[in-house]
Design a protein around this ligand. Structure first.
Ligand code: HEM
Length: 335
């Protein structure tokens, strides 16, 4: 049909090699953060250093001959944004996950394929509170890379953020074609709730399973993906929950599992919403996080990942790659 033809044409256009431009305007450093043997901690070390660079961010279109060059350039731009704003890396991971997490494998709707999370209609969904700011900050990158779809951009910067913050190397595939009509936005309610009204109880656990099974994940993958909560924090003006899960919220490691099982978590009577605190009062867990140690079928994987960061990284990488390709078709693996 006409729509499929347009999609196919757009995919071909997005993947066609571009002529090499003679003038490359790129104010962003040319060093490649991804190829270095130095861990991506460089992004963390330099986070405080470069707010001025961000002010100078250039929106002139970047030219690249190959998809590899194009995405390497996007990576450099994303790293600059992360350096300018320490909170941004974890938020990019949440953005990429929420872009994909609407997928319904029965109805074959939702997922990251159309980049619909950029529409105000989807940003208005309860679970997406605060992500409008992330989309706004990505706009200059999108402008500099008109050949990269919003859908690919959002999925890719999630990968970049995880890698730059010390996480596993992730496979990425491109070729998502943006939906142009907000009608493609799926109904609100497809993302998991941190609390179904019974804290970490059976309703909240069932809620997690309903959402992730709908996408095609199992209990092990639910736990592996939840390990991303090593990163970032809850914001009072977004979800209404407050605080970080770990003491190193810019480092992707297995600390979420170590802390979840190693510390004594108690309800925090000072918090606006029902959440947990550690004995120091500095760290937090959501009811849905605590659910993972109160349910034996989840808990066994918490134990595995607390013991082995290697196994966690392998399982997380596989699950995140799967998450980002749910509901997509005709993607090409980035070399
Ligand atoms: C298991 C069900 C999940 C629930 C109920 C949940 C809930 C939440 C909530 C309430 C926040 C705080 C948002 C804010 O206030 O800014 C948050 C943040 C975050 N979530 Fe999840 N999440 C879940 C799964 C995931 C998954 C699967 C990933 C990624 C693979 C993820 C990655 C993140 C990250 C990185 C942040 C921090 C964002 C920031 O610092 O701005 N979450 N999540």
């Amino acid at each position: 049909d006409a729509r499929a033809t347009t999609r196919a044409r757009a995919t071909r256009a997005a993947t066609r090699p571009r002529p090499r431009a003679t003038v490359v305007r790129n104010v962003v450093s040319d060093e490649s953060p991804s190829d270095a043997s130095t861990p991506r901690r460089r992004a963390l070390a330099s986070i405080a250093l470069a707010p001025a660079l961000f002010a100078a961010f250039d929106v002139a279109p970047a030219r690249a001959a190959t998809a590899e060059e194009r995405f390497a350039s996007v990576r450099r731009d994303a790293v600059e944004l992360m350096r300018a704003d320490a909170d941004f890396g974890p938020t990019l991971v949440r953005l990429a996950w929420h872009s994909s997490g609407t997928y319904d494998r029965m109805g074959k709707t939702g997922g990251s394929g159309g980049g619909t999370i950029r529409f105000k209609e989807e940003l208005a969904h309860g679970g997406n509170a605060g992500l409008d700011k992330a989309i706004a900050k990505l706009k200059p990158i999108k402008k500099r890379h008109p050949d990269v779809s919003w859908a690919d951009l959002i999925a890719f910067v999630g990968v970049v953020a995880i890698e730059e913050m010390g996480g596993p190397k992730l496979k990425f595939s491109y070729g998502r074609v943006d939906e142009m009509d907000p009608e493609a936005v799926t109904p609100d309610g497809r993302l998991p709730d941190a609390d179904k009204g019974d804290g970490p109880g059976p309703k909240t656990r069932q809620g997690l399973r309903d959402v992730f099974y709908r996408m095609g994940f199992d209990d092990r993958e639910i736990v592996a993906l939840s390990g991303a909560h090593a990163l970032g924090r809850c914001h009072a003006d977004a979800s209404g929950y407050v605080g970080p899960w770990s003491g190193t919220p810019l480092l992707f490691n297995n600390s979420y599992f170590v802390l979840l099982k190693g510390l004594k978590w108690e309800p925090n009577p000072g918090a606006k919403k029902f959440q947990y605190k550690d004995p120091s009062g500095n760290l937090m867990m959501l009811p849905s996080d605590i659910a993972l140690i109160e349910d034996a079928d989840f808990k066994k994987y918490v134990d595995v990942y607390a013991k082995s960061q290697k196994v966690f990284f392998e399982d997380f990488a596989a699950a995140f790659e799967k998450l980002e390709t749910l509901g997509t078709s005709g993607l090409t693996a980035l070399g």
